[in-house]
Design a protein around this ligand. Structure first.
Ligand code: SAH
Length: 360
C-alpha cells in the first residue's frame, strides 16, 4: 500500500469517511506523496501515464500560438500583458505557441509569462523548455499580477476535485470515501445526511445512473478568470474532455495508459473527471464575461487551419514523418480520436469580437 493510502486510511479510521473531492485533492496534490507533487514524476508521454494534445503534435501548440496573437491584436496589442498557462505539463504547448507567435515579434516582447503549476518536477521541466521567456511560477491563478491577460488551460480543469452525489429517496446525498469491509482498501458510501458541499449546488442533474458530479474548484476558477478578463481585458481558452450537463460518475484513473480503479493506489495514478462546460459557462457568464462555445476540438483546430499546417509540414517531411503528421491530424481532430470528446470554450472580455475558431 502506498504511503499516501496508508495515511488516508488512518485519517478515515479516526475522523470518518471523507468527500470524493478531498480524496482526489490528496491523491493529486498532497505535498509529499500526491501524484503531481511527489516522486519527481513526469506523468506525460509514452513512458508516462497519459499523452496530451501538445505531446501528440507541434501543430496543436502552434495553432494556439496563432490564436494568442489574433486575440492580442483584437485586444489592441497591449504592452505589457500577462500570458498565463494553467498546468503547463512539460511546457510543450507554450514553446510551440511562442515559436509560431514569433512571426509577430511584438507579441513575445509584450508578454510576461505566468505558469500555474504545483508540481516541482514539472516546474523543472518547464524551466528547461521555457527559460528564455523568463517565466514566473504560481500555485494559483489568483497570484497572477494585475493587467490584461491571455490564458490557456489544456487538460487542467479535469484534474480539479469533484464532489459526487447520489439521488436517494430522501433526496441528494454526498458520496464519501470510507474504508472497505476488509479495511485494506477504500470503498464508496453515502453520507447519512446533508453535507456542506450540498449547499454549494444550485441545480443538480443526475443522469439515469442517479449520480451527479460538481466541481466547485472549477466553477470558482472559471469565475476568477472571467472577472479578470472582463475587468482588465483579455480572453481565456479552456480545452478539455467534457460534457454539457449531467454525466453520472465520470471519475477515472489512468496508469501507464490503462484504466485503473480510482480508489486504489491514491498518489500513484492520475485521477480526472469530465469537465462540465455548461456549469463553467454559467459561472463565467455570472462573473460578467462573454462565453463562446464550447465547440468540438476538431472543428476548432480545422477553423484555425490545422489541415493547411499539416499539408505545409508534409511538404518538407520524409515518408515516415508524413505518416506521423497524418496520424496526429486524425488523432487530434477525428470523432474517433480527440476531435469530439474534447471541447474548447473561450471566456472573454465582452468588448472583444468572437475569438478565432469559436464562431457558431
Ligand atoms: N497542459 C499540459 C499538461 C496537462 S496535465 C498538456 O496539455 O500537456 C495537468 C497539469 O496541471 C500538470 O502540469 C499538473 O501538474 C498541473 N496541475 C494539476 N492540478 C493542479 C493544481 N491544482 N494547481 C496547479 N497545477 C495543477
Amino acid at each position: 500500500m502506498s504511503i499516501l493510502a496508508d495515511s488516508l486510511r488512518r485519517d478515515i479510521a479516526v475522523g470518518g469517511p471523507i468527500t470524493v473531492a478531498r480524496f482526489i485533492a490528496e491523491a493529486l496534490g498532497h505535498r509529499a506523496h500526491g501524484y503531481y507533487a511527489g516522486g519527481g514524476r513526469d506523468p506525460l508521454g509514452v513512458a508516462g501515464d497519459f499523452i496530451t494534445a501538445p505531446e501528440i503534435s507541434q501543430m496543436f501548440g502552434e495553432l494556439i500560438g496563432l490564436w494568442f496573437v489574433d486575440t492580442w491584436q483584437a485586444m489592441g496589442a497591449p504592452e505589457p500583458f500577462r500570458l498565463v498557462e494553467l498546468g503547463p505539463g512539460r511546457g510543450t504547448l507554450m514553446v510551440d505557441a511562442l515559436r509560431a507567435a514569433a512571426k509577430v515579434p511584438e507579441f513575445g516582447g509584450a508578454a510576461t509569462l505566468h505558469l500555474i503549476e504545483r508540481s516541482g518536477a514539472l516546474r523543472e521541466r518547464q524551466w528547461q523548455t521555457l527559460s528564455c521567456q523568463a517565466p514566473h511560477w504560481h500555485n494559483d491563478f489568483s497570484e497572477v499580477p494585475e493587467g490584461p491577460a491571455i490564458v490557456i488551460a489544456n487538460e487542467f480543469f479535469d484534474a480539479l476535485p469533484v464532489h459526487q452525489f447520489a439521488a436517494t429517496p430522501c433526496g441528494w446525498r454526498e458520496r464519501l470515501v470510507g474504508l472497505a469491509e476488509d479495511s485494506e482498501g477504500f470503498a464508496l458510501r453515502l453520507a447519512p445526511g446533508p453535507t456542506p458541499a450540498l449547499a454549494l449546488l444550485l441545480a443538480l442533474e443526475a443522469d439515469e445512473t442517479g449520480v451527479a458530479e460538481v466541481c466547485p474548484a472549477g466553477l470558482t476558477l472559471a469565475g476568477e478568470i472571467a472577472t479578470r478578463v472582463a475587468v482588465e481585458g483579455g480572453a481565456a481558452l479552456v480545452i478539455d474532455y467534457g460534457r454539457n450537463g449531467a454525466s453520472g460518475d465520470s471519475l477515472q484513473a489512468v496508469r501507464g495508459h490503462c484504466r485503473h480503479d480510482p480508489l486504489s493506489d491514491p498518489g500513484e495514478v492520475d485521477l480526472t473527471a469530465l469537465v462540465d462546460f455548461a456549469a463553467l459557462t454559467r459561472s463565467a457568464a455570472e462573473a460578467g464575461a462573454a462565453v463562446h462555445g464550447p465547440v468540438p476540438q476538431g472543428a476548432f483546430l480545422r477553423a484555425l487551419g490545422i489541415e493547411m499546417r499539416a499539408a505545409a509540414l508534409s511538404r518538407v517531411a520524409d515518408e515516415s514523418q508524413i505518416v506521423d503528421i497524418t496520424s496526429a491530424l486524425s488523432r487530434l481532430t477525428s470523432p474517433e480520436g480527440m476531435g469530439e470528446l474534447f471541447q474548447v470554450l473561450a471566456i472573454a472580455d465582452p468588448l472583444l469580437p468572437v475569438p478565432a475558431g469559436l464562431a457558431a
